[in-house]
Design a protein around this ligand. Structure first.
Ligand SMILES: Cc1cc2nc3c(=O)[nH]c(=O)nc-3n(C[C@H](O)[C@H](O)[C@H](O)COP(=O)(O)OP(=O)(O)OC[C@H]3O[C@@H](n4cnc5c(N)ncnc54)[C@H](O)[C@@H]3O)c2cc1C
Length: 339
């Protein structure tokens, strides 16, 4: 285990911000991770786990031991009828896992194709896309507690999942490092194609003959055509969460702003499209120096070169203030901010 001092974090975050870690270590096992915890405690540094850095805004140097997990492994741990349980190491790449499951004839993750990042980070915000969230197939999360190295297992219910949310963003924030995730998938295809973009893509298709592979291919092709590639235009995906509001508030807003996309949720609330609101306020395509809002995606903030995290956060504040002013809604930043 090699501890690197003063390590640049630019290659470790998809916004490509220049920040340094007081120390960084890449760990390949739980034993390494425990040794890293001890090293951090001895040096009085907090531990910050980092996966592929696709959901962080590094607005300052991290006075911490940054831990990058290089653990690998996908194991079938149980099989009952057509249900198959998997244990996946935190360091595995999420999209590679989705591909692997399809190759094995295991279904449930196809709508979540091409989401950047690691398996270990996936439960933090209950990753979701195209009408499916991780919580629909997550059995449990395995973690080590930073303070004392204790093993902790969280059931699906313990995770308190919500829209881009979990207990790990609240009471367990900064307290643990996820080491593995157990998932339950099915050998029998169950397709979820009700999400508007998928429903549109499959409008002419014979629903009975569609396969999970068709859904995977379509999600990949929609995402490739739609989302800016962080390797070309550094970004962190959606910068703001879509607001969830009571049905009555949504009704009033839709009457006032016809065209505002609104999606009723099972709990009675309505999800509103933050991108539409930002666009309506005139921010889409805005750019100052090297920080801007993507010209085609109002939810995606981009670092065009030498922008800083603080500049991006200041732009985000201006956008949120405009939306609050016009719509009376407070936008919430989706990625984890370090400032
Ligand atoms: C182009 C693009 C598209 C995206 N599309 C989507 C999408 O469709 N849906 C969606 O939900 N998200 C999306 N995201 C966001 C991102 O991909 C996910 O949040 C992903 O799960 C982050 O994984 P990561 O490994 O990069 O995490 P990081 O960015 O490295 O970390 C995110 C947070 O999780 C913590 N963390 C990371 N690993 C661990 C661990 N093992 N244990 C404890 N804490 C940990 C970090 O400390 C940090 O606070 C997108 C991002 C980009 C850049």
């Amino acid at each position: 285990m090699q501890i690197l001092r003063g390590e640049p974090l630019q290659p470790y975050n998809t916004l490509s911000f220049q920040a340094r870690a007081a120390a960084l270590v890449r760990v390949g096992s739980d034993e390494d991770l425990l040794a890293a915890f001890r090293w951090a405690a001895e040096h009085g540094l907090p531990v910050v786990p980092l996966g592929q850095g696709s959901n962080v805004v590094l607005a300052k140097d991290l006075d911490a031991l940054v831990v990058r997990q290089d653990t690998r492994g996908i194991e079938i741990i149980g099989e009952v009828d057509d249900r198959v349980s998997l244990r996946v190491a935190a360091g595995e790449n999420w999209h590679a896992l989705v591909q692997w499951t399809l190759q094995q004839g295991l279904y449930g993750l196809q709508n979540l194709a091409l989401i950047p990042g690691t398996v270990g980070a996936a439960p933090i915000q209950n990753i979701g896309a195209y009408g499916v969230e991780l919580q629909s197939c997550l059995l449990r999360v395995h973690a080590l507690v930073i303070a004392d190295g204790r093993s902790l297992t969280l059931s699906n219910a313990d995770c308190e999942f919500g829209y881009r949310d979990s207990v790990i963003k609240h009471s367990l924030r900064d307290k643990l490092v996820i080491t593995a995730v157990d998932l339950q998938l099915s050998r029998v295809p169950e397709l979820s194609i009700g999400y508007p973009a998928l429903a549109e893509a499959f409008a002419q298709a014979d629903a009975g003959s569609l396969t999970p592979r068709d859904v995977f291919n379509t999600v990949v092709s929609i995402r490739r055509g739609k989302l800016p590639d962080p390797a070309v235009e550094p970004n962190a995906g959606s910068f703001f969460k879509n607001p969830l509001v009571p049905a009555e508030q949504a009704r009033v807003l839709i009457a006032q702003f016809p065209g505002l996309p609104a999606y009723p949720q099972q709990d009675g609330r309505v999800k509103l499209a933050a991108a539409w609101m930002i666009d309506h306020c005139g921010w889409k395509g805005y750019r100052q120096d090297d920080i801007g809002i993507h010209p085609e995606h109002a939810l995606v903030l981009v670092n065009y070169g030498n922008g800083t995290g603080e500049q991006m956060l200041s732009l985000a504040s201006a956008v949120a203030a405009a939306v609050a002013d016009i719509f009376g809604i407070q936008l919430v930043i989706e990625p984890r901010v370090y400032r």
